[in-house]
Design a protein around this ligand. Structure first.
Ligand SMILES: Nc1nc2c(ncn2[C@@H]2O[C@H](COP(=O)(O)OP(=O)(O)OP(=O)(O)O)[C@@H](O)[C@H]2O)c(=O)[nH]1
Length: 308
């Protein structure tokens, strides 16, 4: 990056743009986003399809701003929620200036990667193929070649990077620099200090959902949504947050609450701990489980829960 302002005396030109992070579920997209920003704006969990909304994370330097659009993992949809998630990916790709395609170097490409590659091959936008989980991959170079081959014939700018989003802050910072370098000349889209466009309530609800998804078994993790309805701050700094875990059937309610309320308590404790770390404040977290029948197939309920 060259800053001409010191030699010309002109106001420094700003560069900014939207960059989508795409890839199949569970490859580490949200982990990479959080690493780019050195903070937690997106939920991560060992379960695929944790991310449901195109969360935006924002990184700003003096002259450059990247607005990251973290997308849900592209997959074959099974229900209206799944369709919503895939649409989020399509619209993210149409609106961005560059794309980061994250792949898991532990495995060769599968059907879902081919699905992603098909969407990316003819897209006339700069692309970074990011081979992630380098720390735990046995044959990273071989895997990377196979992923690269899926893009054969692509004419737009394509760069390849292998790294570990979880453990390699230097490589992540270098990739961020490469992305900054290709941003078009634009005014900043967000204030310099902003890290995300989510409200604090949406952010907290996603942390609660992350903890719920980690604890729940079988299909249940995908049948829960979360929201935060009240957030008040006491004079001594205590944050009082009241949230709901939404399930789609009465029968699921007890499964989330667990015997004697044990499981709900554990979800609440884990979420509260995370919230306290990130807010650096004491948190009281009240959690309730409510039923909205068949919410995953109900457009109105999906809207109400913020999936629109
Ligand atoms: N060993 C290792 N694990 C990683 C790395 N990056 C991510 N993970 C783990 O991979 C899992 C999935 O990470 P996420 O960031 O939630 O993946 P995602 O692609 O956003 O997943 P979806 O929300 O399903 O689309 C988590 O358990 C992460 O801790 C890495 O570089 N190395």
């Amino acid at each position: 990056m060259t800053d001409l302002s010191s030699t010309t005396g002109a106001t420094p030109q700003t560069h900014s743009g939207f960059v989508a992070i795409v890839g199949k579920p569970n490859v580490g997209k949200s982990t990479l986003l959080n690493a780019f920003l050195n903070t937690k704006v997106a939920p991560t969990s060992p379960r695929p399809q944790t991310t449901r909304r195109g969360v935006r994370g924002i990184f700003s330097s003096d002259t450059h701003q990247i607005v990251f659009v973290d997308t849900p993992g592209l997959h074959k949809p099974k229900d209206a929620l799944g369709k919503y998630m895939n649409q989020e990916v399509h619209s993210a790709l149409a609106d961005v200036d560059a794309i980061l395609w994250v792949v898991d170097l532990r495995h060769p490409p599968g059907e879902e990667d081919q699905l992603v590659a098909r969407q990316l091959r003819d897209l006339p936008k700069p692309l970074f193929l990011v081979g992630n989980k380098l720390d735990v991959s046995k044959y990273p170079e071989e895997a990377m070649k196979l992923y690269g081959a899926l893009l054969e014939g692509r004419t737009a700018d394509t760069q390849e990077v292998m790294l570990s989003a979880q453990n390699n802050t230097t490589a992540v910072a270098m990739l961020r620099e490469q992305v900054l370098d290709i941003l078009p000349e634009n005014p900043f889209f967000y204030p310099r200090g902003a890290a995300s466009d989510q409200t604090r309530e949406m952010w907290a609800a996603e942390i609660i959902r992350e903890e719920a998804m980690k604890k729940l078994r079988d299909e249940l993790p995908y049948a829960v949504a979360t929201r935060v309805n009240r957030w008040t701050e006491r004079e001594d700094g205590l944050q009082r947050i009241e949230g709901e875990i939404v399930v789609e059937k009465n029968a699921h309610k007890g499964m989330v609450i667990g015997a004697g309320g044990k499981q709900l308590r554990e979800i609440g404790q884990a979420a509260r701990k995370q919230l306290e770390v990130f807010l650096d404040r004491k948190v009281f977290l009240g959690l309730e489980v409510i039923v909205i029948n068949g919410w995953r197939e109900d457009p109105e309920a999906l809207r109400e829960l913020g999936y629109e």
